[in-house]
Design a protein around this ligand. Structure first.
Ligand SMILES: *[C@@H]1O[C@H](CO)[C@@H](O)[C@H](O)[C@H]1NC(C)=O
Ligand SMILES: *[C@@H]1O[C@H](CO)[C@@H](O)[C@H](O)[C@H]1NC(C)=O
Ligand SMILES: *[C@@H]1O[C@H](CO)[C@@H](O)[C@H](O)[C@H]1NC(C)=O
Ligand SMILES: *[C@@H]1O[C@H](CO)[C@@H](O)[C@H](O)[C@H]1NC(C)=O
Ligand SMILES: *[C@@H]1O[C@H](CO)[C@@H](O)[C@H](O)[C@H]1NC(C)=O
Ligand SMILES: *[C@@H]1O[C@H](CO)[C@@H](O)[C@H](O)[C@H]1NC(C)=O
Ligand SMILES: *[C@@H]1O[C@H](CO)[C@@H](O)[C@H](O)[C@H]1NC(C)=O
Ligand SMILES: *[C@@H]1O[C@H](CO)[C@@H](O)[C@H](O)[C@H]1NC(C)=O
Ligand SMILES: *[C@@H]1O[C@H](CO)[C@@H](O)[C@H](O)[C@H]1NC(C)=O
Ligand SMILES: *[C@@H]1O[C@H](CO)[C@@H](O)[C@H](O)[C@H]1NC(C)=O
Ligand SMILES: *[C@@H]1O[C@H](CO)[C@@H](O)[C@H](O)[C@H]1NC(C)=O
Ligand SMILES: [Cu+2]
Length: 579
């Protein structure tokens, strides 16, 4: 059964699953199986009017939305039709409790899926909310392999807010160079930076100015502003109605500001958790984050309004991403009579920090964190130059993958496949000047991992610092697999390990899976190491992770069940569990 359209798949599933594979769980609520068949392949597409090879799922980019209810089982049978390229898909925000082997992180939880083969992902979506999926292999996400996961509450339960319509909006940035060309540049000596993106996409659509194409071409179809792929994203709204926009970012590099001209937005959800509502005119959003905002169509209905996304935190010249907020029954093609609202000043960090600090758990939905932690790990984020190779490091360690995925190596006691020594829990707090480029630019390249005691409470302090360039510090969105963490606080400058913990929010901290560390600042997190498996924790900027800005936690490996043979096949795993 190949399900091509989302709508079609829901209908077919209801028809063929009701009564046959409906599972009753402990609470007597019916949990269903949501089955998807995906073919992943390259297609020519023009998301920003420039023709490029793009990875699609059943012909779509962004891919089909997975729609499920809490506690449903999602099965995705993925056929890799990329011909000469491996693939792996990560289910971003889904904790994979009991199925750590289906996290989809190549090199950590599975071997890559080979061309011509079909891999079956199967996992439970145990919490309602807005999540994502995307490629997690090399820099493959940038090629367009991504989409949304919407998990609804069980029948009969309702959200703590109301709305008339629900709409996903995935924000992205877009490069004309292939992910391969970028990856090779990042690994070259001399270093070739990927640069700023050419376009910003709103739900897969942007508009490049064709007369700016630098490579002359005889093929006039290469940049075609009338290609339907790049007609702007339009949201048609009915006056007086309220819209829930599930806004997420999967940018390769950019931190964004999202805005709907003339309309405020009420933030109600972040990374699958209800937020104590607060109003913004523009939403700052970092790669890997998801938010729900409520917008009321309560402005002058005789005209249309701009939807914009703009880059912040970097001095980019990328033009804004533009969509149109169309008041029914105005013509959807009618451009707003105004110029798009201006972008926030790129280097003004104050409103960004203020928004981060405003995100608190909603009253009635607070998960109180453990009041004490068992272990505190401070992660100093630096940029390094290792004999000409420009890399990012955490506590002076630049992450590199072993050839055998960690989960398999740990479960099978393959101790020789990666360095068994623990990486450092901190750095030289006294002598390291976070406001200057590192004095010694060298660092260690390593595949060491952090082993956490099962069920222990761990505090993570992300400490930002200066890059290799004078007076420069960047924003890094850190994403944790397999867990949500409590966000205990943000601060400016160097973290004070004696006094700053006294200011932690232990009353109503939001839980998230992705969080920014702001320039020259720190961010404090707490989580419980209660999910047996091996889990990546990394900067969600594609090029930064590729340049070593990440690490792996392992916990409760003895509690991990029998690994499926489908995740094997690479490195030293070839002989394991062959049928
Ligand atoms: C979802 O599953 C969990 C664990 O099995 C259970 O505790 C919970 O009650 C279930 N929730 C619903 C809405 O079925
Ligand atoms: C497109 O680029 C050309 C050349 O730089 C410029 O003259 C023109 O104003 C641009 N058009 C738009 C719509 O920005
Ligand atoms: C541009 O795209 C439109 C719509 O797809 C098509 O009709 C037109 O022929 C294309 N122009 C060129 C130069 O390819
Ligand atoms: C948006 O919020 C701001 C600040 O709270 C307020 O001044 C403004 O009037 C609001 N705008 C709309 C359109 O509601
Ligand atoms: C922000 O950047 C501009 C240049 O784009 C510079 O003139 C200004 O001083 C910077 N402001 C801060 C607060 O760093
Ligand atoms: C950098 O450190 C590594 C490992 O300690 C060492 O082998 C290498 O020689 C150092 N490079 C430079 C340029 O100091
Ligand atoms: C990195 O260091 C090398 C010397 O080892 C130097 O030639 C190169 O310019 C440096 N690269 C950057 C981006 O700082
Ligand atoms: C790995 O080591 C653990 C602890 O020493 C042991 O219990 C387990 O059986 C070993 N697993 C394999 C596959 O050898
Ligand atoms: C980082 O590691 C390199 C290579 O081992 C070493 O030379 C350097 O002193 C270390 N830097 C810090 C800040 O620890
Ligand atoms: C983990 O901790 C919880 C309390 O936070 C406790 O109820 C549970 O029994 C612990 N599990 C194990 C395996 O230690
Ligand atoms: C960097 O900032 C310091 C003060 O914070 C200033 O004295 C210095 O001139 C700046 N350097 C550059 C290259 O902008
Ligand atoms: Cu980063």
């Amino acid at each position: 059964m190949v399900l091509l359209s989302e709508r079609g798949s829901r209908v077919i599933l209801l028809l063929c699953l009701l009564g046959t594979i409906a599972l009753l769980n402990g609470s007597g609520v019916e949990a269903r199986i949501r089955r998807y068949k995906w073919e992943v392949k390259y297609d020519y597409r023009s998301p920003d009017c420039v023709k490029k090879l793009v990875i699609t799922i059943n012909g779509q980019t962004p891919g089909p939305t997975i729609r499920a209810q809490q506690n449903d089982t999602v099965i995705v049978e993925l056929t890799n039709s990329l011909l000469t390229e491996n693939v792996a898909i990560h289910w971003h925000g889904i904790r994979q409790i009991g199925t750590p082997w289906f996290d989809g992180t190549e090199g950590v939880t599975q071997c890559p899926i080979l061309p011509g083969t079909t891999f079956k992902y199967q996992f439970v979506v145990d919490r309602p909310g807005t999540y994502l999926y995307h490629a997690h292999y090399g820099m493959q996400r940038e090629a367009g392999l991504y989409g949304s996961i919407n998990v609804a509450l069980p029948d009969g339960q309702s959200e703590p807010f109301t709305y008339d319509h629900d709409q996903n909006i995935i924000l992205n940035d877009w490069y004309h160079k292939s992910a391969y060309e970028q990856a090779v540049g990042l690994s070259s000596i001399p270093f070739q930076w990927v640069g700023e993106p050419q376009s910003l996409l709103i739900h897969g659509r942007g508009k490049f100015n064709c007369s700016k194409l630098t490579i002359p071409t005889l093929d006039t179809g290469v940049c075609n502003t009338t290609n339907p792929d790049c007609s702007p994203f339009r949201l048609i709204v009915v006056p007086g109605k309220t819209y829930r926009l599930r806004i997420s970012s999967l940018t390769a590099l950019s931190a964004l500001s999202f805005q709907i001209e003339g309309h405020n937005m009420t933030v109600v959800e972040a990374d699958g958790h209800y937020v104590e509502p607060f109003v913004v005119q523009n939403l700052f959003i970092y790669s890997g984050e998801t938010y729900s905002v409520l917008v009321k169509a309560d402005q002058d209905p005789t005209r249309n309004y701009w939807i914009t996304s703009n880059i912040v935190s970097r001095p980019a010249s990328t033009p804004p991403g533009l969509g149109i907020f169309v008041y029914y029954p105005n013509h959807p093609r009618r451009s707003p009579p105004t110029i798009p609202p201006p972008a926030p000043v790129w280097n003004n960090t104050r409103p960004r920090i203020a928004q981060s600090q405003a995100i608190k758990a909603r009253q009635g939905y607070i998960h109180t964190p453990p009041l004490l932690s068992d272990r505190v790990i401070v992660f100093l984020n630096t940029q390094n130059n290792i004999s000409g190779l420009v890399r990012w490091s955490v506590n002076n360690v630049t992450f590199t993958f072993p050839h055998t995925p960690y989960l398999i190596a740990l479960k099978e006691n393959l101790t020789h496949v990666f360095d068994q020594n623990p990486p450092p829990d901190g750095y030289d707090f006294m002598n390291y000047d976070i406001f200057k480029a590192p004095e010694n630019k060298n660092a260690t390249i390593s595949n060491r991992i952090y082993r956490l005691n099962f069920n222990s409470t761990v505090d993570i302090i992300l400490q930002n610092a200066n890059t290799l360039n004078p007076n420069n510090s960047e924003t890094h969105p850190w994403h944790l697999h397999g867990h949500d963490f409590w966000v205990l606080g943000y601060g400016q400058g160097k973290f004070d390990i004696y006094n700053d913990p006294k200011k932690y929010n232990l009353v109503n901290p939001i839980m998230k899976n992705t969080v920014p560390v702001h320039p020259y600042g720190w961010t404090a997190l707490r989580f419980k190491a209660d999910n047996p498996g091996a889990w990546a924790f990394h900067c969600h900027i594609e090029s930064h992770f590729y340049m070593g800005m990440g690490l792996v936690f392992a916990e409760g490996i003895e509690k991990v069940g029998k690994l499926p043979s489908s995740i094997m096949g690479c490195g030293e795993t070839q002989g394991l569990y062959r049928p």
